[in-house]
Design a protein around this ligand. Sequence first.
Ligand SMILES: Cc1cc2nc3c(=O)[nH]c(=O)nc-3n(C[C@H](O)[C@H](O)[C@H](O)COP(=O)(O)O)c2cc1C
Length: 166
Amino acid sequence: MSEEEFRGVLARLAGGVVLVSAHDPDDGPAGAPAGMTATAFLSVSLDPPLVLVSVRTGSRMDEVLTEQPLWAVSLLSQEQRVTAGRFAMRGRLSDRLLFREVPHVLGEHTGAPLLKDALAGLECRTESRVPAGDHTLVVGRVLGTHLGGMAGAPLLYYQGAYRHLA
Ligand SMILES: Cc1cc2nc3c(=O)[nH]c(=O)nc-3n(C[C@H](O)[C@H](O)[C@H](O)COP(=O)(O)O)c2cc1C
Protein backbone atom coordinates (compact mmCIF):
# COMPACT_ATOMS: atom_id res chain seq x y z
CA MET A 1 0.00 0.00 0.00
CA SER A 2 1.30 3.47 -0.85
CA GLU A 3 0.96 6.53 1.37
CA GLU A 4 -1.35 7.96 -1.29
CA GLU A 5 -3.67 4.96 -1.03
CA PHE A 6 -3.66 5.16 2.76
CA ARG A 7 -4.48 8.89 2.67
CA GLY A 8 -7.10 8.32 -0.01
CA VAL A 9 -9.02 5.89 2.15
CA LEU A 10 -8.90 8.03 5.29
CA ALA A 11 -9.97 11.13 3.36
CA ARG A 12 -13.31 9.36 2.97
CA LEU A 13 -13.83 9.26 6.71
CA ALA A 14 -15.90 12.35 7.62
CA GLY A 15 -14.72 13.90 10.87
CA GLY A 16 -15.98 16.50 13.27
CA VAL A 17 -13.53 19.36 13.75
CA VAL A 18 -12.37 20.45 17.21
CA LEU A 19 -9.97 22.98 18.64
CA VAL A 20 -7.63 21.50 21.24
CA SER A 21 -6.33 24.18 23.58
CA ALA A 22 -4.22 24.69 26.68
CA HIS A 23 -2.57 27.38 28.70
CA ASP A 24 1.10 27.22 27.72
CA PRO A 25 3.02 28.09 30.88
CA ASP A 26 6.28 28.55 28.96
CA ASP A 27 5.03 31.27 26.58
CA GLY A 28 6.01 34.62 28.09
CA PRO A 29 6.14 35.62 31.75
CA ALA A 30 2.48 34.77 32.46
CA GLY A 31 2.10 32.03 29.87
CA ALA A 32 -0.30 32.24 26.91
CA PRO A 33 -3.10 30.26 25.27
CA ALA A 34 -2.23 27.68 22.62
CA GLY A 35 -4.61 25.97 20.20
CA MET A 36 -4.62 23.39 17.42
CA THR A 37 -7.28 22.28 14.97
CA ALA A 38 -7.85 18.51 15.09
CA THR A 39 -10.12 15.80 13.75
CA ALA A 40 -8.39 12.87 15.47
CA PHE A 41 -10.54 13.25 18.57
CA LEU A 42 -12.91 10.70 20.04
CA SER A 43 -14.75 9.60 23.14
CA VAL A 44 -13.14 6.58 24.78
CA SER A 45 -14.90 5.66 28.03
CA LEU A 46 -18.02 6.65 29.95
CA ASP A 47 -16.95 5.44 33.40
CA PRO A 48 -14.54 7.00 34.01
CA PRO A 49 -15.18 9.66 31.36
CA LEU A 50 -12.22 9.60 28.97
CA VAL A 51 -11.54 11.16 25.59
CA LEU A 52 -8.55 10.97 23.30
CA VAL A 53 -6.77 13.28 20.90
CA SER A 54 -3.96 12.21 18.59
CA VAL A 55 -1.26 14.89 18.34
CA ARG A 56 1.57 14.95 15.81
CA THR A 57 4.98 14.56 17.39
CA GLY A 58 6.95 17.79 17.18
CA SER A 59 3.90 20.01 16.71
CA ARG A 60 3.50 22.99 18.99
CA MET A 61 0.56 21.34 20.77
CA ASP A 62 2.64 18.22 21.34
CA GLU A 63 5.26 20.35 23.09
CA VAL A 64 2.65 22.18 25.14
CA LEU A 65 0.85 18.99 26.24
CA THR A 66 4.14 17.41 27.27
CA GLU A 67 4.42 20.12 29.93
CA GLN A 68 0.78 20.95 30.57
CA PRO A 69 -1.55 18.14 31.71
CA LEU A 70 -4.64 20.37 31.65
CA TRP A 71 -6.33 21.04 28.31
CA ALA A 72 -9.66 21.65 26.67
CA VAL A 73 -11.56 20.80 23.52
CA SER A 74 -14.06 23.02 21.72
CA LEU A 75 -16.37 21.26 19.25
CA LEU A 76 -16.55 23.66 16.33
CA SER A 77 -19.67 24.84 14.57
CA GLN A 78 -19.95 25.46 10.85
CA GLU A 79 -19.55 29.21 11.51
CA GLN A 80 -16.04 28.56 12.85
CA ARG A 81 -14.42 27.43 9.63
CA VAL A 82 -12.09 30.44 9.46
CA THR A 83 -10.97 29.85 13.04
CA ALA A 84 -10.29 26.19 12.23
CA GLY A 85 -8.15 27.26 9.27
CA ARG A 86 -6.15 29.72 11.33
CA PHE A 87 -5.34 27.23 14.09
CA ALA A 88 -4.19 24.67 11.52
CA MET A 89 -1.52 26.85 9.88
CA ARG A 90 1.97 25.51 10.30
CA GLY A 91 4.57 27.93 11.60
CA ARG A 92 1.98 30.55 12.53
CA LEU A 93 3.45 33.34 14.59
CA SER A 94 1.34 33.51 17.70
CA ASP A 95 -1.66 31.70 19.10
CA ARG A 96 -1.90 34.52 21.65
CA LEU A 97 -2.79 36.92 18.81
CA LEU A 98 -5.23 34.46 17.22
CA PHE A 99 -7.11 34.05 20.49
CA ARG A 100 -7.47 37.84 20.76
CA GLU A 101 -9.68 37.68 17.68
CA VAL A 102 -11.83 34.79 18.89
CA PRO A 103 -14.33 35.15 21.76
CA HIS A 104 -13.41 32.64 24.46
CA VAL A 105 -13.47 32.00 28.19
CA LEU A 106 -10.80 30.35 30.30
CA GLY A 107 -11.99 27.03 31.67
CA GLU A 108 -12.38 26.93 35.43
CA HIS A 109 -10.74 23.49 35.73
CA THR A 110 -7.87 23.99 33.31
CA GLY A 111 -7.32 27.67 32.49
CA ALA A 112 -7.48 26.56 28.85
CA PRO A 113 -9.41 28.73 26.38
CA LEU A 114 -12.85 27.45 25.35
CA LEU A 115 -14.42 29.10 22.32
CA LYS A 116 -17.66 30.87 23.12
CA ASP A 117 -19.34 30.10 19.81
CA ALA A 118 -18.47 26.39 19.84
CA LEU A 119 -21.19 23.72 19.93
CA ALA A 120 -19.82 22.37 23.19
CA GLY A 121 -16.63 22.04 25.16
CA LEU A 122 -14.77 19.70 27.50
CA GLU A 123 -12.03 20.28 30.03
CA CYS A 124 -9.58 17.45 30.60
CA ARG A 125 -6.54 16.27 32.53
CA THR A 126 -4.10 13.93 30.81
CA GLU A 127 -4.54 10.40 32.14
CA SER A 128 -2.08 8.65 29.85
CA ARG A 129 0.08 9.23 26.79
CA VAL A 130 0.62 6.50 24.21
CA PRO A 131 3.30 6.97 21.55
CA ALA A 132 1.86 5.82 18.20
CA GLY A 133 4.07 6.21 15.15
CA ASP A 134 4.53 9.88 14.36
CA HIS A 135 1.74 10.88 16.76
CA THR A 136 1.04 10.64 20.50
CA LEU A 137 -2.38 9.54 21.71
CA VAL A 138 -3.24 11.78 24.63
CA VAL A 139 -6.00 10.27 26.76
CA GLY A 140 -7.75 12.78 28.98
CA ARG A 141 -10.05 12.42 31.98
CA VAL A 142 -12.98 14.78 31.57
CA LEU A 143 -13.10 17.30 34.42
CA GLY A 144 -15.90 19.51 33.17
CA THR A 145 -18.39 19.97 30.37
CA HIS A 146 -19.70 23.05 28.61
CA LEU A 147 -22.96 22.76 26.76
CA GLY A 148 -24.57 25.83 25.26
CA GLY A 149 -28.26 26.08 24.52
CA MET A 150 -29.51 24.49 21.32
CA ALA A 151 -26.84 22.66 19.38
CA GLY A 152 -25.99 24.40 16.09
CA ALA A 153 -24.60 22.72 13.02
CA PRO A 154 -21.19 21.02 13.23
CA LEU A 155 -18.09 21.78 11.17
CA LEU A 156 -16.98 18.65 9.32
CA TYR A 157 -13.86 17.75 7.36
CA TYR A 158 -14.17 15.35 4.45
CA GLN A 159 -12.09 14.71 1.33
CA GLY A 160 -9.63 17.46 2.22
CA ALA A 161 -12.20 20.23 2.69
CA TYR A 162 -14.42 21.73 5.37
CA ARG A 163 -18.06 20.69 4.92
CA HIS A 164 -21.47 21.31 6.41
CA LEU A 165 -24.32 18.91 6.95
CA ALA A 166 -26.71 19.11 4.00
C1 LIG B 1 -9.04 19.58 9.39
C2 LIG B 1 -7.72 19.38 10.09
C3 LIG B 1 -7.59 18.38 11.04
C4 LIG B 1 -6.38 18.18 11.72
N1 LIG B 1 -6.31 17.20 12.66
C5 LIG B 1 -5.15 17.05 13.35
C6 LIG B 1 -5.06 16.08 14.40
O1 LIG B 1 -6.03 15.39 14.70
N2 LIG B 1 -3.88 15.97 15.06
C7 LIG B 1 -2.80 16.75 14.75
O2 LIG B 1 -1.76 16.61 15.39
N3 LIG B 1 -2.86 17.67 13.78
C8 LIG B 1 -4.01 17.85 13.08
N4 LIG B 1 -4.08 18.79 12.10
C9 LIG B 1 -2.91 19.62 11.82
C10 LIG B 1 -2.72 20.71 12.84
O3 LIG B 1 -3.86 21.54 12.96
C11 LIG B 1 -1.51 21.58 12.38
O4 LIG B 1 -0.43 20.75 12.02
C12 LIG B 1 -1.00 22.42 13.46
O5 LIG B 1 -1.96 23.35 13.93
C13 LIG B 1 0.17 23.24 12.92
O6 LIG B 1 0.89 23.64 14.00
P1 LIG B 1 2.40 23.24 14.18
O7 LIG B 1 3.15 24.34 13.46
O8 LIG B 1 2.65 23.24 15.63
O9 LIG B 1 2.57 21.89 13.60
C14 LIG B 1 -5.27 19.01 11.42
C15 LIG B 1 -5.41 20.01 10.45
C16 LIG B 1 -6.61 20.21 9.80
C17 LIG B 1 -6.74 21.29 8.77
